[in-house]
Design a protein around this ligand. Sequence first.
Ligand code: ADP
Length: 272
Amino acid sequence: MQIKVENLQYVYSQGTAYEKQALRDINFEIGGGEFIGIIGHTGSGKSTLIQHLNGLIKATSGKILVDGEDIYKDGYNFKNLRNKVGLVFQYPEHQLFEETVLKDVCFGPKNQGLTEEEALERAKAALALTGLAEEFYEASPFELSGGQKRRAAIAGVLAMEPEVLILDEPTAGLDPAGRDDILEQIAHLQRERQITVILVSHSMEDIAKYAQRLIVMNRGKLLFDDTPKKVFTHYRELEEIGLSAPQVTYIMHDLQERGFGVSAEATTVSEA
Ligand code: ADP
């Protein structure tokens, strides 16, 4: 599945005293099977941008083409788009509402028109992918721990078998062990299913470990869109926009260790 974003602009509350331009002239393309990180500080436009990709927000101007089709043309099938582009919001566990975990995860596939049995099969497979233990399938979502709730909520989107999975800060508020585990599961899923994953974060640590491509947002603009290695050569600009030196330095060391060959000189300067 290809998504092409052309000259995208978005203005909140246009024409009022609260008018706020959240996105400016954004251009990029997404192909199949990529693991993309979108990074930027709070308020840089990440959430606004991703909500355009499944049609939740309509651009103020610009175009989005999905497999060549303009999503803003009359009669476009947004339901179909939302089935293909799954969006996991920040704190997705706030959207759990059924009596049991399993029922909750079945909700999406049933809504897609699958039978009870098919939906159950999908739900169980999705829950297994997130690593939630089977003993919790019949529990009330409200009895689960924070990390378990998060897994159940992510499973709810996975069960719809999206071709593109977008996760907005999926590890926010989790302890480091839960955080690493969830990211590992997502990376595993991406490799196994060859789906496109878009991981939104304000943390370089989280993103750089998994993403093959980094999109850096700053003040509503797309600042960089490249491999992590290439993006990290711009460490000065990254520091300037608040993706702080210790983080950048850490990542550069990590990349070096993994053979990405970031220059020692760059690492030294960034530490100074
Ligand atoms: P991020 O996800 O990177 O934190 P957002 O996309 O949430 O950034 O926000 C981008 C900008 O748009 C920010 O300046 C934010 O204050 C503003 N914004 C976000 N949501 C709304 C809204 N519902 N109404 C008005 N302004 C908003």
